[in-house]
Design a protein around this ligand. Sequence first.
Ligand code: ADP
Ligand code: MG
Length: 589
Amino acid sequence: MSKHTHSFQAEVAQLLHLVTHSLYSNKEIFLRELVSNASDACDKLRFEALNNAALYEDAPNLEVRVSFDKEARTLTITDNGIGMSEQEAIDHLGTIAKSGTRDFMNRLSGDQKADAQLIGQFGVGFYSGFIVADRITVESRRAGLPASEGVRWASGGAGDFEVEAIERAARGTSVILHLREDAEEFLNAWKIKQVIGKYSDHISLPILMEKEEWKESEKEGEPGQMVKTGEWETVNKASALWTRPKKDITDEQYQDFYKSISHDFENPLTWSHNRVEGNTEYTQLLYIPAKAPFDLWNRDKKAGVKLYVKRVFIMDDAESLMPSYLRFVKGVIDSADLPLNVSRELLQESRDVRLIRDGSVKRVLSMLEDLAKHDKHEAAAEGADGVQDVVSAEDKAKEGKYTQFYAEFGAVLKEGLGEDFANRERLAKLLRFASTTSDTPSVSFADYKARMKEGQEAIYYITADTLAAAKNSPQLEVFKKKGIEVLLMTDRVDEWALNYLQDFDGTPLQSVAKGAVDLGKLQDEAEKKAAEEAAEAFKPVLAKLKEALKDKAEDVRVTTRLVDSPACLVVQDGGMSTQLARLLKQAGQ
Ligand code: ADP
Ligand code: MG
């Protein structure tokens, strides 16, 4: 069979260039990526074999082997998982299937550090091999295909790759890295074990390496060396982290596990690990990341929660385990009750899944409530009795985290108001806004209520495109004059989300840009009278204005809401706000 040369998809070539240039200081992640691919391949085999046990052939024990050859300067990762056919090798190792790839590329700034962070989140996967290798050879045979239908894929990581058919008896895949000169440190068993321990300990299959032993030289005066023994040993713990008891897991292990499932380089803000018993039994290990991923706004992106059934990986699933407004949550859910061959359709209908989802949402909300509670200690440090509360180190570590969380994910959380009716009140408590007293989003509805003026009957807010626009809106004038706080909402989602929230804890929400603002008891008698008199006096003028603007304005009236500006536009009560109208227009509606 002849060799064929193929070009990488343009995005791959671009990504490869970036990978080798900006991930340099995180070299070792290539091993994590390749071991994780090997483990995914075994998961896929196990899954397909549920309906076709013949796929196991004569090798039912799934495993990953890592070996190196000092002379040839190669490092090889071999698995006996699902393998690839020739076409699959061309498709999977020559293109990037992820949605949002182009968008991602556009976000790269050229600043190595920032880009490395982004690329890490994107998950460079297989291509990370080129950080340490100037040539990669992949040999594979798909489970179920004959030995004659093996494939060899090879590339120097520039513009193209070669593919040829080979004979390969063993099912599965070998990835052979021809190491660059500056990556020789990986030709060392100790180093490899260290990296596996750091990133791949939780992989639930055995990762094997050949044992070495010290051998004295036969010649007098020459140094001895380590030689391979032909015997293989397991070098990872091979127990899924979430199945171990909490007390046996260190923070560092939780963090490393997070990094291995999220591709994030940074530690998560917080996590929660629980075994839930009752109607349905499951284990959840859920993380809140510290940074928003580049594709947070891509609503059909894969959710970060992986579903396992009795430790067998089933799928990365979106909607059925986590609602879309919590799509930033990463982690693992392992159910003891679902059937192994559960399909997506079945998941959506399953009562167990519904219970798991409800339980997981509640868990995430409690994590957030906990962070919110400990966000600021200055305020809470001195209790009513004047005695300083003792702040535990654990609580102290949570300071500032909610603010950080909110800056990254606050806008997504708001989607929950429209999406998750059952938890609307809990969500409302978690929201934070800028206001006429705070430029940063730090004001909760509860804070606002506590500061309400005597006689004030509503929570006032205004929506605008920017903070500056909100602050300078003429509609705020009367509120400023009277010293009434107004929440300033500038997220695109605010307008939509607030449609779903009529009140907070019994106090209605009122947009200052809608209808006639009724200041109720906040307006004194003299002001009311003056307004009525003015309305009367201006009647003829209003009639003329109304006639002149009849195609442009529904009504023209005298207002008490302005102090310095001569006029402003408002929306009728119950009408679409100007911001929402603009948003819909932008969206082409
Ligand atoms: P991801 O793992 O996120 O899909 P990768 O770049 O790591 O992205 O891998 C790309 C694809 O190549 C995988 O989805 C898989 O189809 C294929 N692949 C990579 N490594 C292996 C392997 N060891 N066995 C089988 N298929 C593999
Ligand atoms: Mg991968």
